[in-house]
Design a protein around this ligand. Structure first.
Ligand code: MN
Length: 242
């Protein structure tokens, strides 16, 4: 049996006066515990290198992190929007387009869901508390606390993966999808209308995006998030034997 390899995106951050590549260990553990071999992809100086990277993997995990530069979707920055990380944006947008071209299994988490939407032509709400004041508190600090309900469209790829049409998720985001990119459908939503899950209208590309952090919830009694990683692992394994 071929063990699938999965690319996991990372950011870079200055720590002790040195810029370092970093990614939360929770992503690595969630992937590795489902039988996948994780390979970390840093923000690249040369985004065209993503094609060489994806030649060598069977799946892609787009991780959480900084806000996407609003210039990427034609908006001026809101005062609450983070300073941009242009190398990371360029790398991850290139990864999305290349993964789409190859129909490479892709799991897009939090910022990852937002990157997919922007890469394919959609826009973002830059700050839920100020732009959608009636929305729930989505920017919780407790990363493994299930804080709000998410309704999942019956019959969707996401519902099938989770094994449920209603779950309770964690929430650590102040941005969200505004206008969906062409070809994407919202298959999960919270009670205030915030989009919490996306997939493709056409089923050819296994891509699931979730606004919550399933990697922080794989150890909870509920099996939804373990199932999500298992569905991703199965799609990667199918790819690996080709
Ligand atoms: Mn949320």
């Amino acid at each position: 049996m071929t063990t699938p390899f999965v690319a996991i995106t990372a950011t870079s951050r200055v720590h002790d006066a040195i810029e370092r590549v970093r990614v939360n260990q929770a992503y690595v553990q969630a992937v590795e515990s489902r039988g996948l071999v994780p390979l970390v992809v840093p923000p690249l100086a040369e985004p065209a290198h993503v094609a060489r990277i994806l030649d060598r993997v069977d799946g892609l995990v787009l991780t959480g992190g900084e806000d996407v530069n609003p210039a990427r979707y034609g908006a001026a920055p809101h005062e609450q929007t983070h300073p941009p990380h242009d190398r990371r944006d360029a790398t991850e947008i290139a990864l999305v387009l290349e993964a789409e071209r190859r129909a490479l299994p892709t799991l897009a988490i939090c910022r990852g869901l937002q990157v997919v939407n922007v890469a394919l032509g959609g826009t973002l709400v830059q700050d839920l508390p100020s732009e959608r004041p009636a929305s729930l508190a989505h920017d919780g600090a407790e990363r493994d606390a299930r804080v709000h309900e998410v309704r999942v469209r019956d019959g969707s790829r996401l519902a099938h993966a989770l094994g449920a049409t209603c779950v309770v998720a964690n929430s650590s985001h102040h941005q969200a999808i505004d206008r969906l990119a062409p070809g994407l459908v919202a298959t999960a939503v919270s009670s205030d209308g915030v989009i919490e899950g996306i997939e493709l209208e056409a089923p050819g590309w296994w891509m699931l995006g979730v606004q919550w952090h399933p990697e922080e919830l794989v150890g909870t009694p509920e099996d939804w998030d373990r199932r999500l990683f298992e569905a991703f692992a199965a799609a990667c394994a199918q790819r690996a034997v080709r």
